[in-house]
Design a protein around this ligand. Structure first.
Ligand code: FRU
Length: 910
């Protein structure tokens, strides 16, 4: 848990670091949002907008929002308000008219938004900066130019810009002040237009219509001057009047071109300079000093300089286009670069996460391995201690038993029981020995006593040792080891390796299977292979079979020490072990040993001479005992090897059809032969006993014989006790049979699981025989007490739906009552209606009611007859046929036997 928490923390920290990194890389300076409110949308404004946009290329932290009011005050007010709501950082405005738009601009200014006015002004001082040209001066210059061109004598008219817009007022002021100085110059008219060409046209046309035909027309911008020129042309005044405008825009149709082409006599450059406007705005935003009222310089354009100006403008426009292209490319690269930066960061994050996850996983694996190692070591230490403690008492059991067995006066039963004790003590001693051996190897305290011997001869000998045992299990054991296979190894340890492998292969083999033991030379090594045709090992656990205390699931009651010893002994020789297995087909264990063990001291020739042929008596005895133990061990684990087991050994055999009336029948199910026999022996005094070696066999036997009671182990191969109990309780034939579960699991949850399966009692091993017997008696007593209920209930409709036995008895009663008048009604008929065999029916009804089905049928008939006698006028013989008796005299006899009176008497007394 701690580890998981730590790795989570690590992942979080890395994420935070990376996110910070990411943000630092992606975000630069603050981005400014600048709102631009244009009063109109025309070529002069477009040029300005382009310049503003171009300027942002140099300042990548500016976001421009440009809108146009289309020469409409109300529009412009709305747009300014929207910019305020949007909370722009700065407002650039060219107010359409002074008095109407001023309040909106003032509000924005008052709300703290810096306001830059350009080209046109408001009539309040509430603005942060102004950028534009000196319109009064422009008007004055135009006035002086016209007066000079007229030689101080002539007439002029003025078409003003939009009424109320500051350039219109200022240009007029400057113009008038200039011509006033020339008394010979007469201003014939000054009228307002709207800055649009159309307005210049219509104002001029009206003047001409009124007979006003001046020498010069001054349009306050080129568009209006051009409109007036168009009107003059229409009125046939072309060539008589000269026209002057303001703006002098470059490009097609612009003022400069008009001057060059002689449409206009002159124009005045009215600078747009969006770059300067933007510079001013940024100085304000970034807190740099700036000039509050910035007036840009300009110049007059006449025919003399128009061409040059156009060329310059073209050049400028070309440069601007280039700049635009360049900017697009830079923009493209920059976008790519930003994407790459994001990809790079994402890759870095993923890589880091992978590294962190990998490190955490590695650590987890290491910790788990360490924990497993520690657990295994603790287990080993515990078992070693236990083994040390067990060895002496076990010897003190085994040896006295051995002596008692020598006594010739023992009865057969005593000898049998002592045999069980001897075998089990020896088994425990073998286990204890193997655990101590493993510990010794682990502590580096196990030595090799190396001798030189022919492995082929040895293997032959060892296989021969197992032949009788294999034959008794109907397994063929084959050896394939010939010729000279001289090795230098520890004879007894190699023997133990082979014994353990062979016994293991027998343990997991099937009836009719084969165990093949082979020894061959492979280069400088020898290979011993033990293969079987048994149950095989599941794929997912095959790699663990050599681990200490590891038991394959459902692998019976092995301890998981034998194969660990094989591995340890092989490795002690510098060899190695391996296993191949296919579940359901068999396994093949291989031990590879060096032909000559390195750095080993060869034992004296004296020791060598004692084996293999010259096996000393002591060793021989030990071997015999070992194989007997194996026999016993295997016996407890074999699956499907033994056919139906009975307690024949002890002489308590139940009747073959299971219907013995004298003694109740008990079924003992346990995979360990000794435990099974022992329990059978305990019960044998009072009950007939049958035995089964696993749940499947037990269930079959229970269904066949319907025992009065089942004692069953929980942990068994093929079908465990819990499953068997569940199935016994689910079958109609056996649902009533009490089941006692016998197990070494004392934990409460397992106990609950036992009861959940329907068990009636749960006894923990090691158990006391008294407890077991009294529990058995109690259960059978309880069953007897219930009998009364069923016996009387069979006749009426009492039926507890939740209780399968009550349901069964009610069904039984119903079938009997429905068919009672049929004198041929038999137990077989009822059995087949209720779906049971005759034996199952008989046993079940008898166990539930204490009466046989035939008795119940008879009593039911008699009770019905009694009712008919009391409630109808039917004759005795009519009644006897009605309730299913084939002869009235037999009916009267049965009636008298049951009620103590003749049927006729019963009617009289009533
Ligand atoms: C453009 C324009 C120019 C003129 C200026 C005055 O919208 O009409 O032609 O010089 O505005 O503000």
């Amino acid at each position: 848990m701690d580890l998981i928490r730590k790795s989570n923390l690590l992942v979080c920290l890395s994420l935070v670091c990376l996110s910070t990194c990411f943000l630092a890389c992606t975000s630069g300076k603050k981005t400014y949002v600048i709102g631009v409110s244009q009063c109109s949308e025309d070529s002069w404004r477009m040029k300005l907008n382009d310049e503003l946009r171009d300027a942002t290329y140099l300042h990548d932290n500016v976001e421009l929002h440009v809108v146009s009011a289309d020469d409409n005050d109300k529009h412009q007010i709305r747009q300014i308000n929207a910019f305020m709501k949007e909370d722009v950082d700065l407002l650039i405005v060219s107010p359409n008219q002074m008095n109407t738009v001023t309040p909106a601009i003032d509000r924005a200014y008052d709300s703290g938004i810096p306001v830059v006015l350009f080209d046109r002004k408001t009539d309040s001082g509430k603005y942060t900066a102004f950028v534009g040209a000196d319109n009064e001066k422009i008007g004055r210059t135009i006035g002086e130019y016209i007066a000079t061109r007229l030689g101080g004598k002539g007439t002029v008219v003025e078409i003003r810009g939009l009424e109320g817009s500051s350039p219109a007022i200022e240009r007029h002021k400057g113009f008038v002040s200039a011509i006033r100085k020339y008394p010979g110059i007469r201003l014939l008219a000054s009228e307002s237009g709207t800055w649009l060409q159309q307005s210049g046209d219509s104002v001029a046309a009206k003047m001409f219509a009124r007979g006003i035909v001046p020498d010069y027309v001054f349009g306050q911008n080129d568009r209006m001057a051009h409109g007036a020129w168009l009107a003059a042309r229409r009125c046939g005044l072309e060539g008589r009047i000269r026209f002057v405008g303001i703006d002098a825009l470059p490009g097609e149709g612009g003022g400069i071109e008009l001057v060059r082409d002689g449409v206009l006599d002159a124009s005045y450059i009215y600078p747009t300079r969006g770059d300067i406007v933007m510079q001013q705005a940024l100085s304000i935003l970034e807190g740099r000093p700036y000039e509050r009222d910035l007036y840009m310089k300009a110049a007059l354009v006449t025919k003399d300089n128009a061409e040059t100006m156009l060329m310059q403008a073209e050049e400028m426009s070309h440069i601007s286009d280039q700049l635009e292209k360049l900017h697009r490319r830079v923009d493209f690269f920059f976008t790519q670069y930003s994407h790459q930066k994001v990809y790079f960061l994402l890759c870095a994050i993923i890589l880091l996460l992978v590294i962190v996850a990998f490190a955490a996983f590695n650590r987890m694996v290491m910790v788990r391995r360490r924990m497993e190692r520690e657990t295994a070591e603790a287990k080993m230490a515990f078992f070693t201690d236990m083994s040390h403690d067990l060895r002496t008492p076990l010897t003190l059991i085994a040896d006295p038993v051995e002596r008692i067995l020598d006594d010739e006066n023992l009865t057969g039963r005593q000898r049998h029981m002592l045999g069980i004790v001897r075998r089990n003590a020896a088994l425990l001693l073998k286990l204890v020995g193997e655990i101590l051996d493993l510990r010794k190897i682990q502590g580096g305290k196990m030595d090799l006593t190396v001798t030189e011997f022919n492995l082929a001869d040895a293997v032959r000998l060892w296989v021969d040792d197992f032949k009788p045992l294999a034959a008794s299990y109907e397994v063929t054991i084959v050896q394939k080891a010939d010729g000279d296979l001289t090795v230098k190894a520890d004879y007894y340890k190699v023997e133990r390796i082979c014994y353990n492998l062979i016994s293991n292969s027998l343990k997991y083999n099937r009836k009719g299977g084969t165990v093949t033991v082979e020894a061959v030379r492979r280069g400088g090594s020898v290979e011993i292979t033990v293969a079987d045709t048994g149950v095989g090992i599941p794929k997912d656990v095959v790699s663990r079979v050599f681990d200490k205390f590891y038991r394959v699931r459902g692998g019976g009651s092995g301890t998981g020490v034998g194969l660990a010893v094989v591995k340890a002994f092989a490795e002690l020789h510098g060899g190695r072990v391996s296993v191949k297995s296919v579940e359901g087909e068999g396994s093949e264990f291989k031990v590879e040993l060096p032909q000559k063990v390195e750095n080993a001291i060869l034992s004296t020739p004296d020791t060598l001479s004692k084996h293999p042929e010259g096996r000393e008596p002591d060793m021989q005895k030990q071997r015999k005992a070992w194989i007997e133990d194996v026999d016993d061990d295997i016996d407890g684990n074999r699956q499907g090897m033994s056919s139906s087991l009975t307690s024949g050994g002890l002489g308590y055999v139940a009747e073959p059809d299971g219907t013995s009336a004298s003694r109740p029948l008990a079924l003992v199910v346990d995979d360990n032969a000794d435990v099974r026999e022992y329990v059978a022996h305990l019960l044998g005094g009072e009950y007939d006993v049958r035995q089964a070696a696993d749940g499947k066999e037990g269930l079959g036997m229970a269904l066949k014989t319907v025992p009065d009671l089942i004692v069953c182990d929980v942990k068994m191969p093929v079908m465990d006790g819990l499953e068997m109990c569940r199935r016994v309780k689910a079958e109609t034939a056996t649902s009533h049979v009490p089941v006692i579960l016998l197990t070494s699991n004392a934990q409460e949850n397992q106990r609950a699981e036992g009861y959940d399966s329907g068990a009636d009692a749960y006894i923990t091993k090691p158990f006391s025989s008294k407890v077991l017997l009294s529990r058995v008696r109690n259960l059978l007593e309880n069953r007897k007490r219930l009998k009364y209920v069923y016996a009387s209930g069979a006749d009426d409709e009492a039926r507890d739906e939740a209780d399968p036995d009550s349901r069964f008895m009610a069904d039984f009663g119903r079938v009997v009552r429905e068919r009672m008048s049929d004198s041929s009604l038999s137990v077989e008929t009822i059995s087949s209606v209720l779906g049971l065999s005759r034996v199952q029916m008989y046993r079940k009804v008898k166990q539930l009611t204490g009466q046989s089905p035939v008795e119940i049928i008879r009593v039911t008939r008699l009770k019905k007859a009694e009712r008919l006698l009391k409630t109808t006028q039917m004759t005795v013989s009519e009644i006897s046929y009605d309730v299913g008796f084939s002869s009235p005299s037999y009916f009267s006899k049965c009636f008298k036997d049951y009620f103590g009176v003749q049927p006729g008497e019963m009617r009289e007394t009533y």
